[in-house]
Write a protein that binds this ligand. Structure first.
Ligand code: SAM
Length: 350
């Protein structure tokens, strides 16, 4: 089922059509990834978070603008006890581009089948290291095993796609580049390497950042041959590549095609602002045009004050109108001049 776009297409102030919304359902997380949130992160009081019904209502208004694809993120969405119900609600609204989930995987095995049955179509699992000790240093929690189980389980279920997201930080986990890429050899997994972004109060430095071209070069130096995969109508921000590499079972004499793909997500090198089709809804109900954006429009307070759907629709239109053309790094801002907006990544929904 899909909703007729009763409000017409949602077009931002720069002429780009918005077809994709990322909804953060919580700011809470069961990991403390060093690049994402501090150990002592303070969480919003639960009454400040959107309820299941409020999420469904906001999603329904966005669907009525022809927004076709939705992703649930956080914080860690699987820490919400009503996540399966939220997916079922979105499924009933109808998103023809699919309902996706970004998760760290720790709790995913417990609910994977229920999420699938409720209508979840795609899963992205974050994993920044292929080895347990590296994982613990990055995530500051010892949950490597359930995450690897989550990946294998997701691959065994009929999801449309299973992707792995890895943030690469020089001197911290860049030695994991090849072990992570190797996971594509025998698995139908899309492994995507994400450029480390300065955000909130994370400890980002230019020296720790590695651009996607260097990452690609390192894989090629290791014998990987990368062939670009064309972007589809609902492709995300990654540049994806099919991979062939020397086959270890032939001593490297023969090459083998990997079952999965490798991709790069390059927000700092600015690979996608021009074609950005997304908006974000924070767990406390603010609609944002850009991860780094400032023109947030509050949908939750009006909803709680009795706003009609038509009133919510005009707030959605306003948020689209003020959507930033490019994010600050894409216009050459350094860490020192980057405007801070008081939220860490986990509070926006990365
Ligand atoms: N907990 C879920 C997960 O782990 O996928 C969803 C939320 S998490 C904030 C979403 C994505 O943002 C993850 O893939 C994470 O690696 C990425 N992320 C967080 N901080 C980042 C940063 N500073 N730079 C680049 N990516 C980041």
């Amino acid at each position: 089922m899909s909703v007729e776009p009763t409000y017409g297409p949602l077009v931002d102030g720069h002429g780009r059509r918005v077809t994709y919304v990322r909804i953060s359902v919580t700011d809470r997380c069961n990991l403390r990834c060093v690049y994402c949130m501090p150990e002592e992160q303070k969480f919003r009081p639960r009454p400040h978070l959107m309820t299941r019904e409020e999420i469904a209502r906001a999603a329904g208004v966005l669907a009525a603008f022809g927004v076709a694809k939705v992703r649930l993120t956080g914080g860690e969405p699987t820490t919400r006890p009503d996540l399966v119900g939220i997916v079922a609600d979105l499924s009933a609204i109808g998103f023809p581009g699919g309902i996706a989930l970004s998760t760290n995987g720790v709790l995913f095995p417990r609910m994977a089948r229920d999420l699938l049955a409720a209508g979840l179509t795609r899963v992205n699992i974050s994993l920044d290291a292929a080895e347990a000790e590296h994982f613990r240093r990055l995530a500051r929690r010892d949950h490597f095993r359930p995450v690897t189980e989550a990946i294998e389980l997701a691959l065994s279920l009929p999801f449309e796609s299973v992707k792995l997201n890895s943030v690469v930080i020089r001197g911290f986990n860049d030695d994991q580049l090849l072990p992570l890429a190797e996971m594509t050899r025998d698995r139908a997994l899309a492994v995507r390497f994400i450029e480390f972004m300065p955000f909130g109060d994370n400890a980002w430095s230019q020296g720790e950042w590695i651009g996607w071209e260097e990452l690609r070069g390192r894989l090629e130096s290791a014998g990987y041959e990368l062939t670009p995969v064309g972007k589809g109508p609902v492709s995300g921000p990654a540049d994806e590549f099919r991979v062939s590499s020397p086959d270890p079972s032939s001593g490297g004499a023969l090459r083998c095609e990997h079952r999965g793909t490798v991709g790069f997500i390059a927000p700092v090198s600015d690979r996608f602002c021009d074609t950005c089709n997304r908006m974000r809804l924070t767990q406390d109900g603010f609609l944002k045009g850009c991860l780094f954006g400032h023109g947030d429009v509050d949908l939750l307070r009006p909803m709680r004050q009795g706003a009609s759907d038509a009133e919510l629709a005009s707030l959605v239109r306003r948020a689209a109108e003020v959507k930033e053309h490019r994010h600050p790094m894409a216009v050459g801002m350094s860490r020192a001049t980057l405007p801070l907006h008081g939220r860490n990544m986990s509070e926006v929904g990365g």
